[in-house]
Design a protein around this ligand. Structure first.
Ligand code: HPA
Length: 277
């Protein structure tokens, strides 16, 4: 058996032993968004360091635990903290948890990130539904021999962010008058924030937000046949008039502005998705 397949199965069997929960929905909590985990009635929390094959996040604001619990009575699992390419991990390492989630029985993956705003109408604290992405990472997570058991060689990406799930978020937006934005996320390797010219370039090629994560996980989730829902929390704005010094602390601070909105959106999304299984 392929080495990666073996590792996925080993990791999955560890989870099967450590929790009796069998959720169908997984949530990835990005920078500064880990406090959403407080909304989950957590039954089991497993540090990444105790799961075979999982690497630990080195970034401040990423706690590095896999949570199993319920949200409004519905079983979910959540990655409190994620891994980034800029930390020095390989594409395979940062996307490994997605592979394990699929093997574990997850059907829907909800991802969140803190992102720079490119659309001049955005302000810090805005929540943007990701309708599509542009991959500017220097390496592709599916580079190399394809493992047929994991997915097809040439995965379709025309529904990378599931249209049905986006339609659910439209309904939630309307019902709760949330003022959600909708746009295209540009994924880059980081760890530098962008120069003004780079922000402009990302805008010209069609981006509304940009960040250093999400795209590798979403590609692998699509390869694995998962339905994906993605959200950017706008933490700073990189357009001409407003460009100022960006710091990680500011990014973390500004994501707090969106915590309540994000919690409401994810909770309502989980409720809607649970009717599909
Ligand atoms: N650029 C890239 N990644 C980010 C940004 C940004 O401006 N803000 C938060 N994550």
């Amino acid at each position: 058996m392929d080495d990666l397949l073996k590792k996925i199965k080993e990791s999955c069997s560890c989870l099967n032993k450590r929790t009796s929960m069998r959720p169908k929905i997984a949530i990835v909590l990005g920078t500064g968004l880990g406090s959403f985990a407080e909304k989950i009635s957590v039954k089991d929390a497993i540090p990444y360091s105790e799961i075979p094959g999982f690497r630990t996040s080195t970034v401040q604001g990423h706690s590095g635990k896999l949570l199993f619990g319920t949200l409004e009575g519905i079983e979910v699992m959540a990655m409190q903290g994620r891994l980034h390419y800029y930390e020095g991990y390989s594409m395979q390492e940062i996307t490994f948890p997605v592979r394990v989630m699929k093997e574990f029985g997850i059907r829907v993956l909800m991802v969140s990130n803190a992102a720079g705003g490119l659309n001049p109408e955005y302000i810090p604290g805005d929540v943007m539904i990701i309708k599509d992405h542009i991959n500017l990472f220097p390496e592709h997570p599916l580079h190399g021999p394809n493992i047929e058991e994991l997915g097809v060689r040439f995965p379709d990406m025309s529904n990378a962010y599931d249209k049905k799930l986006i339609a659910y978020s439209d309904e939630i937006d309307k019902k709760f008058d949330m003022g959600l934005k909708k746009g295209v996320y540009v994924g880059t390797q980081g760890p530098t924030f962008e120069t003004l010219s780079e922000y402009r370039y990302f805008r010209i090629i069609g981006g509304d937000s940009c960040g250093m994560s999400t795209v590798p996980e979403v590609i692998v989730a699509n390869h694995a046949g998962l339905s994906v829902f993605g959200v950017s929390v706008i933490s700073n704005v990189g357009v001409d008039a407003n460009l100022s010094n960006v710091t990680h602390e500011e990014v973390q601070q500004n994501t707090l502005l969106a915590q309540d909105k994000l919690a409401l959106l994810f909770t309502e999304m989980v409720k809607k998705c649970s009717n599909d299984f």
